[in-house]
Write a protein that binds this ligand. Structure first.
Ligand SMILES: C[S@@+](CC[C@H](N)C(=O)[O-])C[C@H]1O[C@@H](n2cnc3c(N)ncnc32)[C@H](O)[C@@H]1O
Length: 173
């Protein structure tokens, strides 16, 4: 009984602590993800999508359904376990226990998916721009629920915003 209470308290603490580094866990809706990967950005087997804050991995599995490779970064170890378990039969999906603020994107990344929160969205877009610069290629950035202030989306479908984030020009002179 006491152990159960400690365990539940620990789990609640981990879920609560996440607000200091990013958005708390709220899953995207499957119907909306499907619409986004069709009408906003047509995901294909040529894509590698990274969900920065993967939750239970629902976005990853939907991306994989369309043939894309899908990688999730998730900071909550319980959600990493759940996402891995739910995706265990899907060879195109992988889930990493990682903080997206400090973890580089894989070189094959083409699309980044984020369901963050308003506090973080500008910083997230800047992080993606730095990664586009490091990888020396443009990256597609799909943001659910939050527009990036001061940036024009190339498309909007429902609550989704699509940005093409180009490498930053660095002055090497
Ligand atoms: C709003 S949920 C979105 C979950 C999933 N992307 C979806 O759309 O269904 C945000 C997720 O990001 C995770 N998260 C928050 N900060 C993070 C960070 N710095 N690094 C990795 N994951 C983070 C949370 O634990 C949570 O699962």
């Amino acid at each position: 009984m006491i152990i159960g209470l400690w365990l539940m308290g620990g789990i609640a603490l981990v879920f609560g602590m996440v607000v200091f580094v990013g958005a708390p866990y709220v899953p995207s809706k499957r119907r909306e993800i499907r619409a986004a990967f069709c009408d906003l950005y047509r995901l294909s087997p040529q894509d590698t999508l990274v969900d920065i804050g993967a939750g239970d991995g629902i976005v990853l599995r939907e991306a994989s359904r369309l043939g894309a490779r899908a990688i999730g970064y998730e900071i909550n170890p319980f959600l990493v376990g759940i996402a891995r378990w739910l995706s265990r039969h899907d060879a195109r999906v992988s889930v990493r226990f990682a903080n997206f603020w400090t973890t580089d994107l894989p070189p094959e990344t083409t699309v980044i998916y984020a369901f963050g929160e308003s506090r973080d969205i500008t910083r997230m877009a800047r992080r993606v721009a730095r990664e586009a610069t490091r990888l020396a290629k443009p990256l597609m950035f799909i943001s659910y629920a939050f527009a990036v202030p001061g940036q024009h989306p190339i498309k909007q479908v429902g609550a989704y915003y699509l940005y093409r984030i180009a490498p930053l020009h660095t002055d090497k002179s």
